[in-house]
Write a protein that binds this ligand. Structure first.
Ligand code: SIN
Length: 517
């Protein structure tokens, strides 16, 4: 078996991973592993933009409060505050790297509006292709520095005495390598690909979470999975991409087949309510046999303003001329993940996590729209500072491959997705969650150690493990909060609403005194 050595190994090629590499590459030898190609990430697909309180009439504490309110006050406030304050500096850093946010004819930025934001503060690039442009800019720099190993899947972390010193990986030809590093960084994204309707890159099925769990790292808040209200659904009922919330920010509305506004009387912000609220309304409408559409008839220059969605519709033979885009809620973002501090440290020395796979607690129970690209750059910067401040270890290159757990009996991917959808979806209850836990355990109980597993074996076992972890976490949280909605523990809307207003007021007062800090 081959061995390699580097200072920093980053697993995953989304914005947070690439930014971490960019920020460390002057001081450290950095290597990036990606399972498939460099572009296969959720960041690349991100449409809406990147939220930051840049304009004069906005303020970081308003962005902070919106983040907490959308997160149902389950957020780690220190992380949320860091997100919005560091965010302002990181926007400048991106501009310095060559990122060109869309501007008005007078040269000022164009600000988009999205759900649960109190101000229009979403910076975007190329209309609705922000993620692609951001990744392309950073990617160019990374490729020049020759840091990327494509087609490399990490099978296992190498941990000795609660210190991570590297990873075992396999390439597409089945060759295994031990790569040793002083800092191993998980930047693998979330788990939404485990759901039949989802907005994610096809590679995103929770591998990083499984690696961390197997190594004994702490995972937190896995029950909080965000369902985006508006995925484009084709004639076969399959999700084929995202229809950005920024379109509702421009005035589009959610309607049923008779043209009735679905969000009317459901929330004071109507179509721009937080995503968990909108997704539940759409889900219930569909359960009641209704069809759900995004009505874009009042949007001028739609094709020019939303070229990605226009292309997506054309590719899937959805006519935007009629002005009604068929949409359905689907899994989009994992708020929970590998527990970290704001510097990206996990509970295992030498192992770090950043971006969607990490849980700094920044998003709470439901992420605010367009806070994820911001999270990617802000916490990449914090993590780079952490790694720079820590001394490299003397690596002993002596790990022995002892094989890995695989399942002797496993279901199909479609069966896994059906269980996720039916029992750990937008609405959950104790009975369904128990059923899911038992279903996953049936397969986990068939575990055997395999010396030379196939990539398919590894992927399947990780999917079953992660499904089981999510079901177990959802079972333990016997309340409804944000994206975790238990029909057997529903929240009383009016009481909750009053509580949110009161909490917002309290938070506002507590940050006001430090606003100039
Ligand atoms: C969107 O454009 O609707 C998605 C952006 C996000 O997830 O924040």
């Amino acid at each position: 078996m081959k061995t390699r050595k580097t200072d920093v190994l980053i697993i995953g090629s989304g914005l947070s991973g690439l930014m971490t590499a960019e920020l460390l590459s002057l001081q450290k030898n950095v290597m990036i592993f990606t399972k498939k190609r460099l572009e296969d990430s959720n960041s690349y697909l991100a449409q809406g933009g990147i939220a930051a309180a840049v304009q004069e009439k906005d303020a970081w504490y308003d962005h902070f409060l919106d983040t907490l309110q959308a997160g149902c006050f389950h957020n780690e406030t220190a992380a949320a505050r860091q997100l919005v304050t560091d965010g302002l500096e990181m926007i400048q850093k991106l501009v310095g790297l060559g990122v060109q946010f869309d501007r008005q004819p007078d040269g000022t930025y164009q600000y988009g509006k999205e759900g649960a934001h109190s101000h229009a503060r979403i910076l975007h690039i190329g209309g609705d292709s922000t993620g692609k442009h951001l990744i392309d800019t950073v990617k160019k720099r990374i490729i020049e520095k020759n840091l990327v190993v494509e087609g490399e899947t990490v099978l296992k972390l190498i941990v000795k005495n609660n210190r991570c010193i590297g990873v075992w990986s396999m390439d597409e030809l089945g060759e295994m390598t031990a790569t040793y590093a002083s800092a191993v960084i998980l930047a693998t994204g979330g788990l939404s690909g485990l759901y039949p309707l989802n907005s994610n890159a096809s590679t995103i099925t929770g591998d990083g979470l499984a690696l961390a769990y197997d190594a004994g790292a702490e995972l937190t808040d896995l029950e909080f999975i965000q369902f985006h209200p508006t995925l484009l659904v084709n004639d076969d009922g399959k999700s084929v991409g995202l229809v950005t919330e920024a379109i509702r920010g421009e005035g589009a509305a959610l309607v049923d087949e008779s043209g009735n506004r679905l969000m009317k009387n459901e929330h004071p912000l109507e179509d721009l309510a937080p995503r968990d609220v909108v997704s539940r309304v759409l889900y219930r409408a569909q359960m009641a046999g209704k069809e759900t559409f995004l009505d874009i008839r009042n949007i001028n220059d739609f094709q020019k303003r939303f070229p990605t969605v226009t292309r997506l519709c054309a590719k899937n033979r959805v006519s935007i001329e009629k002005g009604l885009i068929p949409v359905a809620p689907g899994a989009h973002f994992t708020m929970g993940g590998v527990g970290t501090d704001v510097g990206g440290r996990t509970s295992i020395t030498g192992l770090y996590a950043v971006g969607e796979v990490a849980n700094t607690g920044v998003h709470g129970a439901n992420r605010l729209a367009s806070n994820s690209l911001l999270e990617g750059v802000v916490f990449a910067n914090r993590l780079a500072q952490t790694v720079r401040s820590e001394t490299d270890v003397e690596l002993t290159l002596e790990a022995e491959w002892e094989g890995i757990e695989v399942l002797a009996d496993s279901p199909t991917f479609e069966e896994i997705r059906e269980i996720m959808n039916n029992h750990i979806g937008i609405e959950r209850d104790e009975r369904g969650l128990n059923q899911a836990v038992r279903w996953f355990e049936r397969y986990l109980n068939t575990t055997v150690i395999h010396e030379f597993p196939s990539l398919e074996d590894i992927k399947k076992r990780n999917q079953i493990l992660v499904g089981w972890l999510v079901a177990g976490s959802a079972l333990q949280r016997t309340e409804s909060r944000g994206s975790h909605y238990r029909t057997d523990h529903p929240y009383q809307r009016e009481k909750w609403q009053q509580r949110r207003v009161k909490r917002r007021k309290e938070c506002y007062e507590s940050v006001e005194s430090t606003a100039g800090a």
